[in-house]
Design a protein around this ligand. Structure first.
Ligand SMILES: Nc1ncnc2c1ncn2[C@@H]1O[C@H](COP(=O)(O)OP(=O)(O)OP(=O)(O)O)[C@@H](O)[C@H]1O
Ligand SMILES: [Mg+2]
Length: 356
């Protein structure tokens, strides 16, 4: 399977800069996630990789070969489109078999491959149905099957699960991961859904306004986001504004907007305005200051509660303009209520300084 090298790709649509000098190296057999808000250039980058769009600048290498100007059908890629792009008047079989027929494989082989791939996506025996008679989620799985059946070296998936319900989404994403790993297909997976990206991708690329902001493993992206945007985009976060003052002497003291001081780890001895990121699950909530288990202990009042079954989120106002979100998993011994006075604490090592 191919290693993919995206080198300084830039793509304009007229005056619109959709992809801005993007470089990503994708290892053989790796599953890379492209994650970013609507309009940040994910689909455009995928289309450049598949050959449906020509970039204005930059090159794409697959397996060491420059494919930048190669037409889509000559590339070792399969693209699963965001909007399925199925042939509505054709049957499920005809849709999935399309690429195999173009390749002029024997009919017997085509039937076998189509049957097998329908088993993989759990839609056995519907070969003769017209795709227009299928639900949105089923059509999405047919589009996925059409890509997978070609056994591509590089699989490009543009939001392949966006029309599935929550349970099927999880099942199908695990399916994709299993197939992808068992066949060793180098894959690029576009998604809006951060949980999806964290759960199945080997590495995640965070995109914004056509640019790459950060590339890293799910643990790196979640644990050490390098920008406010990445911190906020992935997972739930508390991003507190404040500063580190030179005359404070201790560079590990962070002063919140409200003037309250908290301890952080400031290895680079940075001074100036910054943000501190604390994930809700790293905050301990207590009803007395003596129960604050960590160095930082801040008083506040619960102003909002979100109960989600397995987890409850408490938003705590620590000043007029500052709130901190904390989460309690499972059943809590204590029932907290809106208006309740509480104390929040967290380790200084769980308070990540974001200088941007
Ligand atoms: N054919 C086109 N002509 C002009 N501008 C386009 C065209 N296609 C996309 N764009 C613009 O390029 C930018 C990137 O679009 P793209 O479709 O790559 O975003 P995306 O990240 O895939 O978004 P989404 O998550 O909504 O699918 C957007 O500003 C979009 O409006
Ligand atoms: Mg898109």
């Amino acid at each position: 399977m191919s290693k993919v090298d995206i080198k300084n790709i830039t793509k304009y649509y007229g005056d619109v800069l959709a992809v801005d000098d993007v470089s990503i190296e994708i290892e053989k057999g790796e599953l890379i996630g492209l994650l970013g808000p609507s309009g940040c250039g994910k689909t455009t980058l995928l289309r450049v990789m598949s050959g449906f769009l020509e970039p204005n600048q930059g090159s794409i290498y697959m397996g060491g070969k420059d494919v930048t100007l190669m037409p889509p059908e000559k590339r070792p890629t399969s693209l699963v489109f965001q909007n399925y792009a199925l042939f509505p008047h054709l049957s499920v079989f005809e849709n999935i078999a399309f690429g195999l027929k173009v390749k002029k494989l024997p009919m017997e082989q085509i039937r076998k491959d189509v049957k097998e791939i329908l088993e993989v996506i759990d839609l056995q025996g519907i070969e003769e149905r017209s795709v227009s008679q299928l639900s949105g989620g089923q059509q999405q799985r047919i589009a996925l099957a059409r890509g997978l059946v070609m056994k591509p070296e590089v699989l490009l998936l543009d939001e392949p699960l966006c029309n599935l319900d929550a349970k099927l989404r999880v099942e199908t994403r695990d399916h994709i991961k299993r197939i992808q790993k068992s066949l060793g297909i180098t894959s690029v997976f576009v998604t809006h859904d951060q949980e999806e990206a964290l759960s199945i991708c080997d590495r995640i690329v965070i995109m914004k306004d056509g640019k790459v902001l950060q590339i890293g493993t799910p643990e790196e992206i979640y644990g050490q986001p390098t920008s406010k945007f990445a911190a906020d985009f992935i997972g739930k976060s508390n991003l507190l504004n404040g500063r580190i003052e030179k005359d404070e002497k201790d560079p590990n003291v962070f002063i919140l907007e409200s003037g309250q001081k908290v301890k952080i780890e400031n290895e680079d001895q940075y001074f100036g305005n910054a943000n501190v990121l604390i994930r809700p699950e790293n905050i301990v909530i207590a009803d007395e200051p003596e129960k604050c288990s960590e160095v930082n202990c801040i008083e506040g009042e619960i102003d909002y509660i979100t109960y989600l079954g397995e987890v409850t989120y408490y938003r705590v106002a620590i000043s007029k303009n500052e709130q901190i979100l904390t989460s309690v998993y499972g059943k809590s011994d204590k029932i907290w209520e809106i208006g309740g006075k509480v104390f929040l604490s967290w380790k200084s090592t769980d308070a990540l300084l974001i200088k941007e």
